[in-house]
Design a protein around this ligand. Structure first.
Ligand code: SD4
Length: 342
């Protein structure tokens, strides 16, 4: 019985239609590449993406490089160095989308260093958009990604042990705390002295010289979350959306609040209806706040957006969100976003 089922599954797999990943040449664009990333740690992401664009590379390759760079940074909040869930496991979410609406995503992925690249493989090598959990891990290993040890980075371990002291389940993230910035680089430290995080997501959107837009989002998600919890970051339309006729947007902050309004799709649709990227980000944030203004005082959500013509917008619920721009005139410049409160 078991065997015949296995045979059935095997045969069905053969029936999966050929991969429908589309790879058309990008249309002629403004010729001026732009890359924008969330947060000041976007300096690391942009530094990896910008040379790809300068070299007349594709936006999709640039944003993937941005994700890889930040996932490599063990001191950052994103990737395997990130905070674990409340059971002590690091679980990662990521997605990627190109100018042809090709997209791929992974969620609840464990022990794989580069979820952004696995998401790209889902996009290019399968007929699907999203793989999760053990299935995503199995796919990653089949695609040649090494299975990393299930350990915490020393900083994450410190933070987890501290959290375990009272194990308070307070899923509120991204409210920026003011602490002297002791970071080594030009950007603020991803962790505070007590081991807690500033943020745990990196989103990058880019426009290449050929006029193609692409984006990616990668995260270890909310620190000390419930096991199995997935936020907005790997959900196309919530954490990221790209429409090459209009623009691209990526989100950070309390994922549940972004999902409720399909945040990034909303930003891009507002742009389609004539709003500038700045106005679109502001209106999407206002939509979130309108639902429950009092509750909105206790969480952070922020969007960045990039228009077809290279114009940039950003807006946040709370003060403290910043983002990083590279566009040929400025390279890796960190800008403070405007916010609804404060
Ligand atoms: C999530 N949006 O998992 C992510 C968290 C985040 O900076 O953006 N942190 O909900």
């Amino acid at each position: 019985m078991k065997n015949s089922r296995r045979q059935f599954v095997k045969n069905s797999a053969l029936l999966i239609p050929a991969v429908r990943y589309v790879n058309l040449p990008a249309k002629e664009g403004s010729g001026k590449p732009v890359v924008v990333s969330t947060w000041d740690s976007g300096v690391i992401a942009n530094a990896a993406a910008w040379p790809v664009l300068l070299d007349q590379g594709r936006a999709i390759d640039a944003v993937e490089q941005a994700g890889i760079a930040i996932e490599n940074d063990i001191n950052c909040c994103v990737g395997l160095g990130g905070n674990p869930d409340r059971d002590g496991y690091v679980t990662l979410d990521a997605c990627i989308m190109d100018d042809q609406a090709n997209c791929g995503s992974v969620a609840f992925l464990e022990r794989i260093k580069h979820p952004v690249s696995v998401a790209r493989k889902v996009m290019e090598e399968t007929p699907h958009v999203m793989l999760v959990g053990i299935g995503a891990q199995q796919f990653a290993v089949e695609q040649g990604f090494p299975l990393e040890p299930q350990t915490l980075s020393p900083e994450a371990e410190k933070a987890y042990k501290k959290w375990l002291l009272d194990a308070n389940y307070e899923p509120v993230i991204n409210i920026e705390r003011t602490q002297s910035k002791k970071g080594k680089g030009p950007y603020a430290p991803a962790r505070f002295d007590d081991g807690s995080f500033n943020h745990d997501t990196m989103g990058t959107i880019a426009l290449d010289g050929g006029g193609a837009l692409s984006g990616m989002c990668t995260t270890s998600g909310m620190g000390f979350k419930m096991r199995g919890r997935v936020g907005d970051s790997p959900i196309i339309g919530s954490g990221l959306f790209v429409d090459n006729e209009v623009g691209a947007a990526v989100a950070t902050g309390q994922g549940e609040e972004v999902i409720r309004v399909s945040g990034c799709h909303l930003v891009v649709e507002l742009m389609r209806n004539g709003r500038t990227p700045q106005e679109a980000c502001e209106q999407a944030v206002e939509r979130i706040i309108k639902r429950d203004r009092e509750k909105a005082r206790s969480f952070q959500v922020a969007f960045i957006a990039l228009g077809k013509n290279g114009s940039i917008g950003a807006f946040a619920v709370q003060k403290g969100f910043n983002y990083t721009i590279s566009n040929g005139e400025i390279e890796g410049q960190v800008v403070d976003a405007k916010s609804f409160f404060g």
